[in-house]
Design a protein around this ligand. Structure first.
Ligand code: GH3
Length: 304
């Protein structure tokens, strides 16, 4: 079992904190995230608890990031991997951050699962896991194409399949839909039963999803507790909604682990290929927004 990575985000911007959280989630690792809105709050958190990774915004309301970095480095008995984040490109600042003890300097626009993974790997190295990863290049290649836990395609595989399907639709017409599915309150499973149980649940979710998708549809794990389905060759528009209903029904039967019955529910966002969603990026973005709407509307439902 992989220990959850302890991550501290120090950033006053709520939207930026949200996108960092999402990028971390897509890094496909169990992650525990703590958020601080000011430098002082972040320093206090890092004093009380050891974090593997600290993602530190340079512009904070109470003090600048270099100042916070300096204090963190003085206070910490066990050094965290610190990644300095900045809205603006600034080579001088980047140099100062690295000199001050940060391992990396990232532009906020560059915060994506891949870049964050690089920072996360440094923390893994400390935990002795990097050695395991290095053992086999072949294993790494497989990991790059498949989700190691569920055996489903991963997001990179999925994006390749989507590119093909979208260009087919653009050229020849046809209907396709993207369904993004996020497990509701999944963190609660990890917190209550442990990560091994959480992993078991993710595997069972993948199995149930496999049982409802059609041959030719692409099912992938985007990362964390998020899955995605590319439904192709739809005969009519409502077919995507019917698929979402089938998914919801497939989770009615509770899952059992550690002799406990647990009712899993999911929130599903649907986007359909159309005038305003005729490319990969817009299809994913609309499905994502729809999924958030489903969450906001109370979870356990689908939304367009
Ligand atoms: P919400 O209903 O709002 O979606 O809440 P949630 O509890 O599902 O919250 P969130 O999506 O933020 O939490 C996802 C959790 O999934 C956090 C992370 O530690 C955990 N996680 C990510 N990848 C894995 C994994 O591979 N295995 C396990 N067991 N947990 C994982």
């Amino acid at each position: 079992m992989v220990a959850a990575l302890e991550v501290l985000i120090i950033d006053d911007d709520e939207v930026d904190r949200m996108s960092i959280r999402r990028a971390l989630k897509h890094a496909s690792l169990p992650v525990n995230v703590v958020e601080a809105k000011t430098g002082t709050e972040g320093i206090a958190f890092a004093r009380d608890r050891v974090f593997d990774v600290i993602l530190l915004d340079f512009s904070l309301p109470d003090r600048d990031g270099l100042d916070v970095l300096n204090i963190l480095r003085q206070n910490q008995s066990v050094e965290s991997t610190v990644v300095m984040l900045s809205r603006q490109e600034n080579p001088v600042l980047a140099e100062q951050a690295i000199e001050g003890g940060a391992q990396d300097f990232l532009l906020k626009d560059e915060v994506n699962p891949r870049r964050l993974m690089r920072a996360v790997r440094q923390a893994q190295y400390r935990q002795g896991l990097e050695g395991d990863l290095k053992r086999s290049r072949e294993q790494l290649r497989r990991l790059a194409e498949h989700d190691g836990l569920t055996g489903l395609a991963n997001r990179y595989d999925f994006e390749r399949a989507m590119e093909l399907a979208v260009s087919k639709c653009q050229q020849n017409g046809g209907r396709l839909a993207v369904l993004i599915l996020d497990i509701d309150k999944f963190k609660c499973v990890n917190d209550t039963f442990g990560h091994a149980a959480g992993d078991q649940l993710l595997i069972e979710v993948a199995t149930r999803l496999k049982s409802v998708v059609r041959d030719g549809d692409v099912l992938a794990r985007l990362g964390g507790d998020e899955f995605v389905i590319l439904a192709q060759d739809l005969e009519y528009d409502d077919q995507a909604a019917l698929l979402a209903n089938r998914i919801v029904s497939s989770f009615i039967e509770p899952m059992v682990f550690n002799d406990v019955r647990w009712r899993v529910t999911t929130s599903i966002g649907i986007s359909v290929f159309g005038d305003y969603t005729n490319n990969k990026v817009d299809l994913m973005r609309c499905a994502d927004i729809a999924m958030y709407r489903a969450k906001q509307a109370g979870s356990n439902q689908s939304h367009f």
